[in-house]
Structures are given as C-alpha cells and as structure tokens.
Design a protein around this ligand. Structure first.
Ligand SMILES: *[C@@H]1O[C@H](CO)[C@@H](O)[C@H](O)[C@H]1NC(C)=O
Ligand SMILES: *[C@@H]1O[C@H](CO)[C@@H](O)[C@H](O)[C@H]1NC(C)=O
Ligand SMILES: *[C@@H]1O[C@H](CO)[C@@H](O)[C@H](O)[C@H]1NC(C)=O
Ligand SMILES: *[C@@H]1O[C@H](CO)[C@@H](O)[C@H](O)[C@H]1NC(C)=O
Ligand SMILES: *[C@@H]1O[C@H](CO)[C@@H](O)[C@H](O)[C@H]1NC(C)=O
Ligand SMILES: *[C@@H]1O[C@H](CO)[C@@H](O)[C@H](O)[C@H]1NC(C)=O
Ligand SMILES: *[C@@H]1O[C@H](CO)[C@@H](O)[C@H](O)[C@H]1NC(C)=O
Ligand SMILES: *[C@@H]1O[C@H](CO)[C@@H](O)[C@H](O)[C@H]1NC(C)=O
Ligand SMILES: *[C@@H]1O[C@H](CO)[C@@H](O)[C@H](O)[C@H]1NC(C)=O
Ligand SMILES: *[C@@H]1O[C@H](CO)[C@@H](O)[C@H](O)[C@H]1NC(C)=O
Ligand SMILES: *[C@@H]1O[C@H](CO)[C@@H](O)[C@H](O)[C@H]1NC(C)=O
Ligand SMILES: *[C@H]1O[C@H](CO)[C@@H](O)[C@H](O)[C@H]1NC(C)=O
Length: 499
C-alpha cells in the first residue's frame, strides 16, 4: 500500500471514528469541568490526578491481564508454523430448504458437513465465538423438524468433554436467544462459557462467528450457532484446515473476548503484547492454500478491540475496493450508509463513496447484492436506488444493485429465516469473507472478523475464482431481482413505491 493511500485511509477512518470520538470525549470532560468553573484550577489539577490514577490502574490491569493470559498463550500459542504444513481452504455454504442453488454447478461445501468435520478433527481444544446459541426449535417456540442438524451439532458439543477436548465459548450480551438453554446445558457438560457485555463495553454486540480447533483449523463465516443457519438461512463462510499460523492469529482475537468476558471488565488502553499480530494488511501471511500461493490476513472490528497491529475490518474493505481494477462484487445481508442502531452521527457515506469512486475513476464494474426478508428495514431503499441510478453503461459507469429474495415458502412461522445472511466481497484482486453488515455501527461498535485472501491472478480453482463463481451463480439466479424490477413482494419489506 502506498503512503498516499495509507494517508487517505487514515483520514477517512479518523473522520467517522477518531475525531468524532475525541470531540465526544473532550466535550464530556469540558462539561464536567465547567460545572466546577469557579474552581477552574482545581478542576485541572483534579483531572491530572485522575489521569495519573487511571494510568496506574491501567498498568496494573494490563499486568494482571498479561499474567492471566500467559499460562495460556506462552506454552502453546505462538510458535511459528511448520513450513511443511499443507493448508487447505474450503468455501462453505448453507441454503434455506427448497432454495438449493447447489443444483447449479459452482457451490461451496455444506456448512453442516464442515462443522462436523471440524468436530471430528478436534483432539484438544475448540474455541467458538458466536453472537448467540440456539440449536433447537423450542428456543423460539416453534415445532419444526428442520432443527435436526442443529440438535446433532449440540449433541456433538456435549460429547466433547468425554473425548477430552476442552471447549470455550464466548457469546454476546445483549443476545437474541433469550429462551435458549444451550449454553447452560453445555456448561453442565464441561464447556467453559463467557458472555461478553459488548452493550456495556462498546454499545455494540459480539457479532463475530468463528471456530478455532486445536490451534490448527478454523472457520469464519456468517452463521451463528443457530439451527436455522443450517436449514433456513443462506450462509457463507470459509474453512482453513492445517493452517496453524492463522488459527493462532485468530486465537488472539478470541483471547481478547475471553479477557473481556469477566465481570466488570474494561477495555485496556493498550492490549497486551501477546495479542499483537505480525500478520496484517502491510504484512500478510504468504502461504500456500490448497496449492495456490496466497497472501492472507485476518481483520477485526470494532477499533477498540484491535491492537495497533491488527488491520481494521473497515480499512481492509476500503482498500479492497480501492485496489480493484475491473470488478467489485459485494453480497451483504444489510447495507446502510449510517449507523443503524445509534443513529446519532448522520450520513456515513464512506463505503458508498469508495464504490462510486471505483466506478467513476477507474471504470470498475460494481455489483451489490443485498438481502431482503420480512424483517428488512425499508428505509434503506432510497439509498440503494441512488446507487443503482449509477447504472449507466452508455456513460461507462456500471453500478448495479440487485435484491436477493428467498421465498418464505411454508416456513412463514419461523422468525428470522428465509434470508440471505452472507457477507462477502470478491474483486479481480482478492476474496473477502466477513461477518458484518455494511453499516457504520457494525464497523465502529460491533465485534466482527474478516478474512482477506489475495491470490495469484488467473490461477484456476483458486479460492477467489470459486467465490467469484458463487457470486455469479447467485447474481443470475431466480432469487436475485434487479432493483428496478421489484414489484410489491411480501417476502420482502419492499419499497412501497418505485420512482
Ligand atoms: C463511532 O463510535 C464513537 C463512540 O465510540 C462515536 O463517537 C462516533 O461518532 C462513531 N462513528 C460513527 C460513524 O458512528
Ligand atoms: C513451541 O516451541 C517451543 C520451543 O521451540 C517448544 O518447546 C514447544 O513445545 C512448542 N509448542 C508447540 C505447541 O509446538
Ligand atoms: C416445507 O417445504 C420444504 C421445502 O420445500 C419441504 O421439504 C417440506 O416438506 C415442507 N413442509 C411442510 C410441512 O409442508
Ligand atoms: C420465547 O419463548 C416464548 C414461548 O415459547 C415465545 O413466545 C417467544 O417468542 C420466545 N422468545 C424468543 C426471543 O424467541
Ligand atoms: C410443540 O409440540 C409439543 C409436543 O407435541 C407441544 O406440547 C407444544 O405445544 C408444541 N408447541 C408449539 C409451539 O406448537
Ligand atoms: C481422557 O483423559 C483421561 C485422563 O487423562 C484418560 O484416562 C482417558 O482415557 C481419556 N479419554 C479419551 C477418550 O481420550
Ligand atoms: C493436515 O496435514 C497432515 C499432514 O501434515 C495430513 O495428514 C492431514 O490429512 C491434513 N489434514 C487435513 C484436515 O487436511
Ligand atoms: C468496576 O470497574 C470500574 C472501572 O474499572 C471500577 O471503577 C469499579 O470500582 C469496579 N467495580 C467493582 C465493584 O469492582
Ligand atoms: C511467497 O511464497 C512463495 C512460495 O514459497 C514464494 O515464491 C514467493 O516469493 C513468496 N512471496 C513473498 C512476497 O514472500
Ligand atoms: C443470497 O443467497 C444466495 C443463495 O441462497 C446466494 O447465492 C447469494 O450469494 C446470496 N446473496 C446475498 C446478497 O447474500
Ligand atoms: C439454474 O440455472 C438455470 C439455467 O442457467 C436457471 O434457469 C435456473 O434459474 C437456475 N436455478 C437456480 C435455482 O438458480
Ligand atoms: C445484520 O445482521 C444481523 C445478523 O447478522 C441481523 O439480525 C440484522 O437485522 C442485520 N442488520 C443488522 C444491522 O444487524
């Protein structure tokens, strides 16, 4: 990455995050101080003493954290990989019943089979990060035979202790699955569980979804530990087998959640050195994946959970968009150019500016496939229409937006299903698999991870080519509707009028 790109990147990131954040913090300090305006000097001294105490506390806190982590990390964690390790990469997918696009050529492996593979490979340890767990139908008050796979996965997790595999799980506070007893059941079977209060820590949620097995294999993808992910929702993810360097790197992100999953935790000013990474956008891991030379790194959000050396998820997405020279294909569940939940900061056009700039400055073909289901928020339509309006081949500008609508079929009584949950991007240069919706708060306050894989161009059967084929299949499938052709469709929170 050139210096100028780096600079621009820093600016775009600092405007939505740092500067706003700084002014927010200093405003608060000012308010506190103006209350005691009469003792202005007292206020200054007070702040100074307070800062000193905070710093000392932080140092103590970090030391404790380092000590707490070291037994875990130093013995097993950070050895460099066996150079002879044969890593493989596998694209994995799941489809709602009745919407199986696998019939049409290109497709990833089955998500359920992938999870079972990971479970069978485990001999020592499995660490799982998931927004929530809900592997049986009773959790949401329905009776469905479609939860069979979910139940099977839960049973396998329960059995891990008897195989001497130790299991750690982090999930989110707040959570979606208030009725589920999965985590209590697992605890009874020896699984260690921590719930991380992202609501308190960052005003977000833990939205990461990944598994690490024996510090050697990993899964990252859109699927929560939810039975519906296996049979009712369209999910996409990636499995890396025999890939210790990346597994150990992802483990560092897991440890940061684990650390924050204790009562009254607070985000350290500086993350312990053990959680720093040497694999990032500037220095990706150069490795062979399924026989193809690849450069790979793992990204994270929110910034508050990234040590200095970790590339931010948003930053990776922006530089992927900037690096593209011929096409950018994006598939996301939700797109929104602002904060979705704490809508205090107004319009946030960072991603769409980057897409428009690629389309205009470099004549890159941009395709955006956005999901729509009964729960979708219709307020996004004007923004999507404004992007799609830049579909003007005669002017040599090519942005196209389509909506992915999965027919509700006979499953209308199951909430939050029949929807495309996947989040990925493929360009002529790289493949990106993530866990975040494309809206400001997802990158700013919500915990997510992403995997960036760039491979030598024109390699047949590369991961990038495979992801490109999957996008192509989805884009041209019967479920993908050009925005301009949408009719009133009750399987989708459809715009009530078209211009
Ligand atoms: C990101 O979060 C910080 C507070 O953590 C806030 O001040 C800032 O405005 C947010 N930025 C956006 C774009 O939402
Ligand atoms: C890491 O390396 C050290 C020193 O080379 C070795 O003693 C230790 O067994 C290694 N750990 C693992 C998990 O390979
Ligand atoms: C619901 O639809 C699925 C897929 O089309 C089908 O396999 C299943 O048998 C149907 N269930 C009922 C109760 O009709
Ligand atoms: C919890 O269960 C009740 C009764 O089974 C159901 O009505 C409710 O929707 C469930 N809540 C959630 C969050 O799934
Ligand atoms: C599900 O089935 C059980 C047993 O047949 C029944 O007791 C329960 O009421 C059913 N729940 C729903 C929501 O249909
Ligand atoms: C689990 O560990 C115990 C104690 O080390 C051992 O006796 C037992 O055989 C192990 N079980 C399996 C399935 O490896
Ligand atoms: C991992 O590599 C070993 C050899 O180092 C090989 O025996 C094994 O089959 C590989 N496992 C997977 C899941 O690819
Ligand atoms: C919780 O953490 C805060 C900030 O780290 C600290 O000031 C407070 O004393 C802690 N509360 C308890 C009960 O330990
Ligand atoms: C990456 O690894 C390949 C194969 O080992 C090697 O040919 C190539 O020079 C390496 N590239 C870099 C940038 O280190
Ligand atoms: C939606 O799901 C289909 C398969 O059901 C997939 O092919 C497509 O890529 C997904 N698209 C989006 C935008 O998620
Ligand atoms: C499969 O491909 C055929 C022909 O390319 C197309 O007509 C059909 O809609 C596709 N089916 C799905 C489920 O995408
Ligand atoms: C994005 O994803 C989550 C789950 O992945 C979904 O529940 C939500 O409605 C979507 N939108 C946002 C902003 O979360």
């Amino acid at each position: 990455m050139s210096e100028s790109t780096r600079l621009r990147d820093a600016q775009e990131l600092s405007s939505p995050y740092n500067s706003l954040h700084d002014s927010y913090v200093s405003n608060k300090t000012n308010q506190k101080c103006s209350v005691s305006a009469l003792v202005a000097t007292g206020c200054l001294i007070g702040v100074g003493i307070l800062l000193a105490i905070v710093v000392i506390e932080k140092i103590k806190h970090e030391k404790e954290i380092n000590e707490a982590l070291n037994p875990h990390l130093s013995s097993t964690c950070c050895n460099d990989t066996d150079p002879n390790e044969q890593s493989s990469v596998v694209l994995v997918e799941s489809f709602p019943e009745g919407v199986d696009l696998r019939r049409n050529s290109s497709a990833g492996s089955d998500l359920y089979e992938a999870w079972r593979t990971l479970l069978s490979l485990a001999t020592e340890q499995i660490d799982v990060a998931s927004f929530y767990w809900s592997l049986t139908d009773q959790d949401i008050g329905v009776n469905s035979t479609a939860d069979t796979h979910g139940r099977a996965i839960l049973e396998e997790f329960k059995a891990l202790a008897s195989r001497n595999v130790s299991v750690r799980v982090v999930s989110s506070i707040p959570t979606l699955a208030r009725n589920s007893t999965d985590l209590e059941v697992l605890q009874k079977h020896g699984v260690q569980v921590r719930r991380v209060d992202f609501g308190r820590l960052t005003k977000g949620i833990l939205h990461s979804k990944f598994w690490i097995v024996d510090r050697r294999h990993l899964y990252i993808g859109s699927a929560n530990m939810d039975w519906r992910a296996l049979t009712q929702v369209r999910e996409l993810g990636v499995l890396l087998l025999n890939s210790s360097t990346l597994a150990v790197d992802l483990q560092k992100i897991f440890e940061s959640y684990w650390m924050m999953g204790v009562w009254n935790s607070s985000i350290p000013q500086r993350w312990p050195d053990t959680l720093q990474t040497h694999i990032n956008e500037e220095q990706p891991l150069n490795t062979s994946l399924s026989g193809v030379n690849s450069r790979v790194y793992i990204t994270a959000s929110p910034p508050a959970f990234c040590p200095d050396s970790r590339t931010h998820d948003l930053s990776a997405i922006l530089s992927a968009i900037r690096g593209a020279q011929s096409f950018i294909h994006v598939s996301v569940m939700e797109y929104y150019p602002a904060s979705k939940y704490f809508n205090l900061h107004g319009f946030w056009p960072v991603l769409e500016d980057a897409l428009k700039r690629a389309a205009f400055d470099r004549r890159v073909f941009v395709r955006l496939l956005v999901s729509c289901g009964r729960e979708s928020d219709p307020s996004v339509w004007p923004f999507l229409r404004s992007l799609d309006a830049l579909h003007s081949p005669s002017d040599n500008i090519n942005i196209a937006v389509r909506v992915f609508i999965i027919p509700a079929g006979n499953q209308t009584r199951i909430p939050y299903t029949r929807i495309n949950h996947s989040k990925y991007m493929v360009t002529d240069k790289l493949a990106y698999i993530g866990t975040s919706n494309w809206s400001a708060d997802y990158f700013n306050t919500t915990a997510g991870v992403g995997l960036v894989v760039s491979q030598d161009a024109l390699q047949k059967n590369s991961f990038q080519q495979q992801l490109r084929a999957v996008f192509q299949r989805d884009w041209s499938s019967e479920f993908s509707i050009p925005l301009s052709e949408l009719q009133n469709n009750h399987d989708c929170a459809f715009p009530t009028h078209t211009p």
